[in-house]
Design a protein around this ligand. Structure first.
Ligand code: AKB
Length: 332
C-alpha cells in the first residue's frame, strides 16, 4: 500500500520550510562537497549530511556531518532518513557515461536499483527528492541544436538510459502519489577542486590541469565537438534555487539548464589568452567520441528561466579565468 505523499496529513507538524534537513548520496563525487557547503551556509552545518561508501578526506570529515551510506542498502538508507529526520534528499550516486559503458552491469545496478531505493524511500517519508539528469539523456534521434525539455529521448548509453528511466519514474510517482520529485538535466560540469571521474565531458576539466602543469593536452574528442558546459558554481546555485522554488511555480519536474556551449578548440583558444604556449593534440577515442556525437550541442533552458528564474553567471571567458586562478591558488 502506497500512501499519497502529503506532509500536511502527517500527525507531526512539517519541518519549517526554511530549514530542511538534507541527505546527499554519492557525496564524494564531483558535486557533493560543494553543494553541501552552499546548503550549509544557508541552513546550518548540522542540517546537511554528506554520505558515500568511501572514506572522506580529513577536510571533508571536519567540515560537517558525514555518514556511510550505500544506495543499494535500503535498510541503511531508511535508518539514516528516519534517525536524522531528513526532509530533502539529493541523490548524486551514479556511474557516469564513459565508465558506465565499461561496466554496464554495475551502472545498471547503481543507476537503476539505487535510484529505485531512493524513490521508495522518498515516497515513504514524503521527502523532497532531487535527482540530476544530464545532456546524456538525449540520443542521436533527439533535436541537438537546441535540445528542448520535451522531445524524443533515445540515448545509446546505459548512463543515458538509466537517466531517462529516472526522469520518467520520478515524474510518474509525482503524478500518481504526489512525490515532490525535482530533476535538472546538467551539462558537463567544470570544477577546479573536484574531479569529475568517468564522463565524456571530463576533458574540459583535465585540459586546465595539463595546461598549467605540462603545457600540453591530448584530447580524446575531435577539436570541433561542441557540447553544453557549466561552471560548478552555477550548477550548485541552480540546484539550490530549484530545490527552494515553490511547487506552484514548477510547470515541469525535469528541466534543462544551460550556461554555454563550446568545442575543445574554442576552450583551448580561450585558455591561450592566459597561457599562450598551450599545445593541444587530438586523438579521438571511439567510445567517447560516439557518445559526444549523439548528445545535444546546445540546451534550450527557456522553461527553467521562465518558471523559477534560472540565469547562469559564468560564460566561457569567466569560466576560463576562474579555473586558471583557482587551480593556481590550490597549488600555491
Ligand atoms: C558525462 O560526461 O558523463 C557527464 C554528463 C554530461 O552527464 N559529465
Amino acid at each position: 500500500q502506497i500512501n499519497q505523499c502529503n506532509n500536511e496529513d502527517s500527525s507531526d507538524p512539517p519541518p519549517p520550510e526554511d530549514c530542511p534537513r538534507v541527505l546527499i548520496t554519492g557525496g564524494l563525487g564531483q558535486l557533493g562537497v560543494g553543494l553541501a557547503q552552499l546548503l550549509r551556509e544557508q541552513y546550518g552545518k548540522e542540517n546537511v549530511i554528506l554520505s558515500d561508501i568511501k572514506k572522506p578526506p580529513v577536510e571533508v570529515f571536519n567540515s560537517g556531518p558525514f555518514v556511510y551510506a550505500d544506495v543499494l542498502d535500503y535498510k541503511n538508507l531508511r535508518e539514516l532518513v528516519v534517525n536524522n529526520r531528513i526532509t530533502w534528499l539529493v541523490h548524486y550516486s551514479a556511474l557516469l557515461s564513459a565508465v558506465g559503458e565499461a561496466n554496464v552491469a554495475l551502472a545498471r545496478t547503481i543507476n537503476i536499483t539505487g535510484l529505485h531505493n531512493v524513490l521508495d524511500l522518498a515516497l515513504e517519508n514524503c521527502l523532497r527528492l532531487f535527482v540530476p539528469s544530464t545532456i546524456g539523456a538525449f540520443g542521436p534521434s533527439s533535436p541537438r541544436d537546441p535540445a528542448p525539455d520535451l522531445c524524443v529521448q533515445r540515448p545509446r548509453t546505459i548512463y543515458g538510459v538509466s537517466k531517462v528511466h529516472g526522469e520518467l519514474m520520478g515524474e510518474y510517482l509525482h503524478h500518481k502519489y504526489g512525490l515532490d520529485f525535482r530533476c535538472l538535466r546538467y551539462p558537463g560540469v567544470i570544477s577546479a577542486n573536484t574531479k569529475p571521474g568517468g564522463g565524456t565531458t571530463d576533458y574540459a576539466v583535465q585540459i586546465f590541469h595539463d595546461a598549467l602543469s605540462t603545457g600540453h593536452y591530448e584530447c580524446y574528442l575531435r577539436s570541433d565537438t561542441r557540447l553544453p558546459m557549466m561552471h560548478i558554481a552555477d550548477c550548485h546555485r541552480a540546484t539550490v534555487e530549484f530545490m527552494q522554488a515553490p511547487e506552484c511555480q514548477l510547470s515541469l519536474r525535469t528541466y534543462n539548464i544551460a550556461a554555454m556551449s563550446f568545442t575543445p578548440e574554442e576552450v583551448a583558444e580561450e585558455i591561450r589568452k592566459h597561457l599562450p604556449h598551450l599545445k593541444v593534440t587530438y586523438n579521438p577515442d571511439a567510445v567517447r567520441q560516439t557518445i559526444a556525437d549523439s548528445w545535444p550541442v546546445r540546451f534550450d533552458d527557456s522553461n527553467a528561466r521562465r518558471d523559477w528564474g534560472w540565469r547562469p553567471s559564468y560564460g566561457l571567458p569567466e569560466l576560463v579565468t576562474d579555473m586558471i586562478y583557482s587551480i593556481c591558488d590550490k597549488r600555491a
